[in-house]
Design a binder for this molecule. Structure first.
Ligand code: HEM
Ligand code: HEM
Length: 182
């Protein structure tokens, strides 16, 4: 299986990055929704531990995103399969573009939010990231709101993207999903 993309198939690197990040982002969104639903009463260590995991894996997602972006801009993009109507090609490209925006903006707002609350962010326990902005309660609550709505947007686009991929595979029976598989 070729390492690089070709005109009609994704290469190993793009496939590995796609599926590992899909798993990571879906996990982060699920964990995010779950941890905020836990009560704040007292000193809820379970909630705090889960938030710490969420932050560390969120930073990992950012590192993978940077690698993916570098790889993506140096590769050819497989051509759309068959004769898709223009609107479908535009919609697919738009969703992919939004995913790249969200893969950047979600970790950034998470990191900024932690800076505004003066809570350090660790990268997988190896080192601590610097604080980006000064402590500010106003910015903290603003960034929580932005991060939350970006998370909801990711979940919505994920549902559309997955639905479209499955529809191509089972209804149109074309190669769209197959070429993203090894
Ligand atoms: C792609 C990566 C990420 C995704 C998909 C994601 C997703 C989410 C979601 C869905 C929530 C729940 C929002 C709500 O319903 O209120 C959340 C909360 C949160 N996220 Fe993230 N997140 C990511 C990265 C990060 C990073 C890198 C940090 C910090 C360094 C972070 C810090 C937080 C915190 C502190 C909360 C709790 C906010 C609160 O108390 O309401 N996230 N995240
Ligand atoms: C079960 C879940 C998923 C399925 C079945 C799936 C399927 C696919 C397929 C078949 C393609 C190729 C589309 C084409 O060539 O036009 C693709 C591309 C893509 N997918 Fe997914 N995907 C899933 C989850 C995700 C998630 C969670 C993300 C979030 C970042 C994502 C981001 C992308 C992006 C950005 C592309 C464009 C190619 C690239 O730049 O890597 N996918 N996906």
């Amino acid at each position: 299986m070729p390492i690089e993309n070709s005109e009609d198939h994704y290469g190993v690197v793009a496939i590995l990055l796609h599926w590992s990040m899909a798993l990571l982002l879906v996990g982060l969104a699920g964990l995010g929704l779950y941890m905020v639903s836990l009560p704040d009463v007292g000193f809820n260590t379970r909630k705090i531990t889960l938030i710490l995991y969420h932050k560390q894996f969120g930073v990992l997602a950012f590192v993978l995103f940077a690698l993916r972006l570098c790889w993506r801009v140096t590769q050819v993009l497989p051509k759309p399969v068959g004769h898709l109507p223009d609107w479908q090609m535009i919609a697919a490209r738009f969703v992919h573009l939004c995913f790249y925006g969200l893969m950047f903006a979600l970790p950034m707002t998470g990191w900024l939010m932690s800076s505004a609350a003066a809570i350090p962010v660790s990268f997988l326990g190896l080192f601590t990231l610097p604080d980006f902005i000064h402590r500010s309660d106003h910015l903290f609550s603003l960034l929580i709101g932005v991060h939350k709505w970006l998370g909801y947007a990711l979940i919505l686009l994920f549902a559309i993207h997955m639905g479209a991929a499955l529809r191509h595979h089972f209804v149109f029976r074309d190669d769209t999903l197959r070429r993203m598989l090894p």
